[in-house]
Each structure stands twice: as structure tokens, then as C-alpha cells.
Design a protein around this ligand. Structure first.
Ligand SMILES: Cc1cc2nc3c(=O)[nH]c(=O)nc-3n(C[C@H](O)[C@H](O)[C@H](O)COP(=O)(O)OP(=O)(O)OC[C@H]3O[C@@H](n4cnc5c(N)ncnc54)[C@H](O)[C@@H]3O)c2cc1C
Length: 416
């Protein structure tokens, strides 16, 4: 077989793991992993909480992948904007969408556009210095989180930690100071499901109590028999005497509407009996999952044909999807590895049954790009720079804006 030319769109875990498996099975293949951002690694850099530095270390194995001559990172290329799918299909034998899901799922209730209502994706990206987020986010003293997965726990932890607890993290000191200024005293975590169906991992709830002054409290319908429910009950007893921030867990409540003039004042829920329950809140953070950005010109659902089979990541002839783009916003980083193996196996099998043409691959891609793009060497230099700029007690100091990243890289290129 002639060497295949493979384009992977998205350099988050699913894109990188897919590149890893394809590279293993087809060591001669040319693999280009593209990202709309000038830096790689998707939600590992911009989603995983900035105080979970150990989790972010998975990037080290991806860096070893990009160090190989046949695997390339091409950043600052938004597929569907800077280059079309049709162009990529003309240049590559296979195109794989590993583009994730970047938009917070809407609550779809009245009042959602009030000030003070934000998505957990926005908040966690902001805490990670994502270029698309504002400098500061409006956070009040009384916070309401809707959702009960690990992202909800991340948000509760970031808002309840003391400044000193961010030692060793990647969280920018200004971001920490901004949250400390909000002095969050009360966090309600409200979930539609019953306590026994809570989605968060036990370890995430336990971590909340590592912060001095945090008290876990059982709220509406907080009764259950599941191991996790018992743990929460036990942690609530254990933290009973703490004073600082209360985190109150409520279950079995469905959001109905939000109240406020311009700014959020309260959220109204109903319980199983149809009774209204009102929570006053300055800030509401929805943590109920993610979906594809409705603003992007390239929508994967438009690529579906009668032959599309998402079970194996097949979208249409030689076009595949993997990771969150394939199976929705569920699962941790390791689950994308399993996903990548499944889709890579399907691609390898399909390639064996067809002639690999003489596609131009990377060479053609680069000659068709009209905007500045980044490569893996750029990332290595930027990474080193960010680590070198870390202030005391921090792991790195990220350059936030895309313009600044590109500017710094251009300056760096000239001085090499
Ligand atoms: C807030 C949060 C915290 C999390 N914490 C953890 C954790 O602690 N541990 C854990 O194991 N998992 C965690 N996860 C889950 C984990 O991040 C996901 O499982 C994983 O990132 C999904 O990988 P992906 O590659 O499918 O998507 P992503 O990581 O989102 O990567 C998609 C990439 O595609 C790029 N892209 C999108 N559209 C285009 C386009 N048109 N052109 C070019 N590039 C494009 C994006 O810029 C992005 O880099 C967390 C998730 C969130 C949201």
C-alpha cells in the first residue's frame, strides 16, 4: 500500500489518540493533526481544571507522538472557515473529525439570557485562559450550579477554594484574586435526578473537603442508599462544624424559569409533587453537558448520509468522527483512547480495501493556507516560555490571546 495521507481535525485527546493508533498501524502514513487554536491538546489544556495539573500531564505522551517525523501538528487552522472539507478531501485519503463539542447545552428556560447566567464550559475555559473567553466573569456571593457531574464539582471546587489552595496549579493569580473578591459563601448544586443517580465520582466530592472552611450540606431530597449517597451523607456530618462556604446538594428538582430584571435574582424549580421551590442566586452556572457550536459553518450532522454509522465513527466515504464529536459529551480522557482505537481500526480496515491515491497531504495543505499557522516546534517553544514565565506557586503562565501567541511566535521565529 502507498503511504496514506490522513487529516485529523482537532488535537484534543481523541484526535491525538487516533493519531497514535493510526501511526502504530500505518507507520508510513503521513498524519496531520489540525486545530483551530494555535496550540494543541483541546480540553486537556482548556477544560481539565487548572488545579488538576497531574491530569494534564497526558500531553507528554502526545508530545512524543508529534516528535515523530511523519506526525504533524498544524495549529490556527479552523476547518470549515480557513479551509473547507472538500479541499481536505482532495488533499488527504482520510479525514477524521475529532473536533469535540464546545458549546454549553442550554437550559431552555425563561430568563436564561439574564446577566449572571453562564455555562460551566465558559467558566472552566475562562479559568484555563482560553482565548475565546472574557477577561473577567461576573461571579456573585451566592452561586447556583445546575447539574451533578464532575464538571459541576470542578466548578464548586474552583469557587470555594482559598487562594493558597491554588499553589502548584496553572490558575492565573488575577483569576484567583477575582474569584476571591467574589467571596462565594453559598453554593447550591441542584440536580434533576435522584441522589442515587448522581453522576459525579466520589473522589470529586471528597476533594471539595480538602478546602478548609467548606461545609457540605444535604438539601432537598438528599436521601439515598447508593454508596455515593452514603458517602455524601457521611461527608456532610464530618464537615458540619466548618465555617466559610456552604455547598448544598439538592436532588429531584426540575428548573422552570429564572427571575430578575437585567440581572439574575432567583431560579424557580419544581419537585416531583409539582411544588415550586425558589433559590435566590447572584450567579447561575449550568453544567448539563455540551453540544456542537451552532455558530460554526461546518456542522457534522450535515455530513450524515444513509450510510453514516456513528457506532463505528463512519460519517461518509473516507470521513470519520471520534471522541466527543462521535459519542457526545460523556467520558473522561481514557475513554477517548478506547474510542480512538475503535475508529482507527475501522479506518485501517477500510484503507486496506482501496487504492491510496497520490494525494498531496501536508504539502498541499500548507500551500493552501492563507493565514499564519503554527507547528509542533512552535508549541515546544511556547510551552517552555509559559513554564518559564510562571510566577511563584504556579506551574505555568499561559499566553491567553491568539494574537499574542502568534505575535510571540513570530518574534521568536525571527530571533532563532
Ligand atoms: C470542564 C471539563 C473538565 C474536564 N475534566 C476532566 C478531567 O479532569 N479528567 C478527564 O479524564 N477528563 C476530563 N474532562 C473530559 C475530557 O476533557 C474529554 O473527554 C476530552 O477532552 C474529549 O476529547 P475530544 O478530543 O473529543 O475533544 P476536545 O478535547 O474538545 O478537543 C477538540 C479539539 O478540536 C478543535 N476543533 C474544534 N473544531 C475545529 C475546527 N473546525 N477546526 C479545527 N479544529 C477544531 C478544538 O479547538 C479542540 O482543540 C473534562 C471536560 C470538561 C468540559
Amino acid at each position: 500500500m502507498t503511504a496514506a495521507k490522513i487529516a485529523i481535525i482537532g488535537s484534543g485527546p481523541s484526535g491525538c489518540y487516533t493519531a497514535q493508533f493510526l501511526n502504530k498501524a500505518l507507520p508510513e502514513a503521513e498524519i496531520c493533526v489540525m486545530d483551530r487554536l494555535p496550540v494543541p491538546f483541546g480540553l486537556v489544556r482548556y477544560g481539565v481544571a487548572p488545579d488538576h495539573v497531574g491530569t494534564k500531564n497526558v500531553t507528554k505522551q502526545f508530545e512524543r507522538l508529534f516528535a515523530q517525523d511523519n506526525v504533524h501538528f498544524i495549529g490556527h487552522v479552523d476547518v470549515g472557515v480557513d479551509i473547507s472539507l472538500a479541499q481536505l478531501q482532495a488533499m488527504f485519503d482520510v479525514v477524521v473529525f475529532a473536533s469535540g463539542l464546545s458549546q454549553d447545552r442550554a437550559l431552555n428556560i425563561e430568563g436564561e439570557s439574564l446577566q449572571g447566567v453562564i455555562g460551566s464550559g465558559v467558566l472552566t475555559r475562562w479559568s484555563n485562559d482560553h482565548p475565546d473567553t472574557p477577561e473577567f466573569i461576573d461571579i456573585g456571593e451566592r452561586v447556583l450550579i445546575i447539574g451533578n457531574g464532575n464538571v459541576a464539582m470542578d466548578v464548586a471546587r474552583l469557587l470555594s477554594k482559598n487562594a493558597a489552595d491554588f499553589e502548584g496549579s496553572e490558575m492565573r493569580p488575577e483569576t484567583v484574586a477575582h474569584i476571591q473578591k467574589a467571596a462565594v459563601k453559598h453554593i447550591d448544586i441542584v440536580s434533576r435526578s435522584e441522589m442515587d443517580a448522581a453522576k459525579y465520582d466520589a473522589v470529586m466530592v471528597k476533594e471539595l473537603l480538602k478546602t478548609e472552611g467548606v461545609r457540605l450540606v444535604l438539601g432537598h431530597n438528599a436521601q439515598g442508599e447508593h454508596e455515593k449517597s452514603m458517602l455524601l451523607t457521611q461527608l456532610a456530618e464530618q464537615s458540619h462544624d466548618q465555617q466559610g462556604t456552604d455547598i448544598v446538594f439538592h436532588y429531584g428538582l426540575t428548573p422552570q424559569y429564572l427571575q430578575g430584571d437585567a440581572h439574575l435574582q432567583a431560579a424557580v424549580f419544581t419537585n416531583a409533587q409539582g411544588e415550586e421551590i425558589v433559590f435566590s442566586a447572584d450567579t447561575l452556572i449550568s453544567a448539563i453537558g455540551f453540544e456542537a457550536s451552532c455558530k460554526h459553518p461546518l456542522q457534522l450532522r450535515d455530513l450524515h448520509t444513509d450510510d453514516t454509522d456513528l457506532n463505528c465513527g463512519f460519517l461518509q466515504h473516507n470521513v470519520y468522527c471520534v471522541g466527543w464529536a462521535r459519542r457526545g459529551p460523556v467520558g473522561t480522557i481514557p475513554e477517548n483512547r478506547k474510542d480512538a482505537k475503535l475508529v482507527a481500526d475501522v479506518i485501517v480496515a477500510a484503507l486496506q480495501t482501496q487504492d491510496i491515491g497520490n494525494k498531496g497531504g501536508l504539502k498541499d495543505l500548507l500551500s493552501n493556507l492563507h493565514q499564519p499557522h503554527t507547528d509542533f516546534d512552535d508549541w515546544l517553544r511556547l510551552n517552555q516560555f509559559e513554564i518559564s514565565q510562571a510566577v511563584t506557586g504556579r506551574h505555568r503562565l499561559k499566553i491567553k490571546s491568539t494574537e499574542q501567541v502568534l505575535q510571540w511566535l513570530n518574534i521568536a521565529k525571527q530571533s532563532v
